[in-house]
Design a protein around this ligand. Structure first.
Ligand SMILES: [Zn+2]
Length: 221
């Protein structure tokens, strides 16, 4: 299957920021059932759309982090470096969930877990180890170095996006979709700060149908 045809390349990008779109690269998140809980998380991922390194590439191309040519090249590269690609993929999922839990903690007005911050910091250290200053036309600009064969280059941009939101974004605009078992995050940039849904056509519409049904039942004799 072509990268572009994978389900990961059809995920809606409605988070408003790269790091939030990455958090949303799943069907949804729901509270864990008692049997799932154990010593694990208090939520579980529903329909993970990222199942291997190819999916990560497909999503990265879809989100504009890689051109089609770059994605194809890295895909070929990943076949030569399968162990590395598997570990890059595992790191991506850890990063995604760490970013989710950090933002979720902020939404709950609590402090993020140290281990999640550590995860993000590790990726940032790797990312910022690859930037350098270069002379641009008017000002100097940041450039990524060593991008050609790095299987994990999407991590740098995602981690950087999360750091940017955390350090200079308006975190009071961070929201979680109100849809059942959705859990998608987004930045509410609406003027009156009233955005409630990841997408009005999905979760918003579903809620409307549910309200309508409830009313029908209430009205029934
Ligand atoms: Zn939603």
């Amino acid at each position: 299957m072509k990268l572009k045809e994978r389900p990961a390349a059809a995920i809606k990008l409605v988070g408003g920021r790269l790091c939030l779109d990455f958090v949303n690269a799943i069907g949804g998140r729901r509270p864990a059932s008692p049997s799932e809980k154990g010593d694990k998380e208090d939520y579980s991922v529903r329909e993970d759309k990222l199942t291997d390194y190819g999916d990560l590439l497909a999503w990265s191309q879809h989100a504009g982090l890689l051109t089609e040519g770059e994605a194809r090249k890295l895909f070929r590269e990943s076949w030569q470096r399968q162990t590395e690609a598997a570990s890059v993929f595992a790191r991506a999922i850890e990063l995604r969930e760490a970013i989710y839990r950090i933002f979720k903690a902020l939404l709950n007005k609590s402090l993020p877990r140290q281990s999640d911050l550590e995860r993000l910091n590790q990726e940032l250290t790797m990312a910022y180890g690859r930037v350098r200053l270069a002379a641009g036309e008017e000002n100097f600009v940041w450039e990524w170095t060593d991008t050609k064969n790095s299987l994990d280059r999407m991590h740098w941009l995602i981690a950087d996006s999360a750091a940017e939101f955390l350090t200079s974004g308006d975190l009071t605009r961070l929201r979680e979709c109100s849809g059942e078992d959705c859990g998608w995050l987004f930045e509410d940039t609406s003027k009156n700060r009233s955005r409630q849904w990841c997408d009005m056509r999905d979760c918003g519409n579903l809620a409307k149908v549910r309200r309508f049904r409830t009313r029908l039942h209430a009205d029934a004799p």
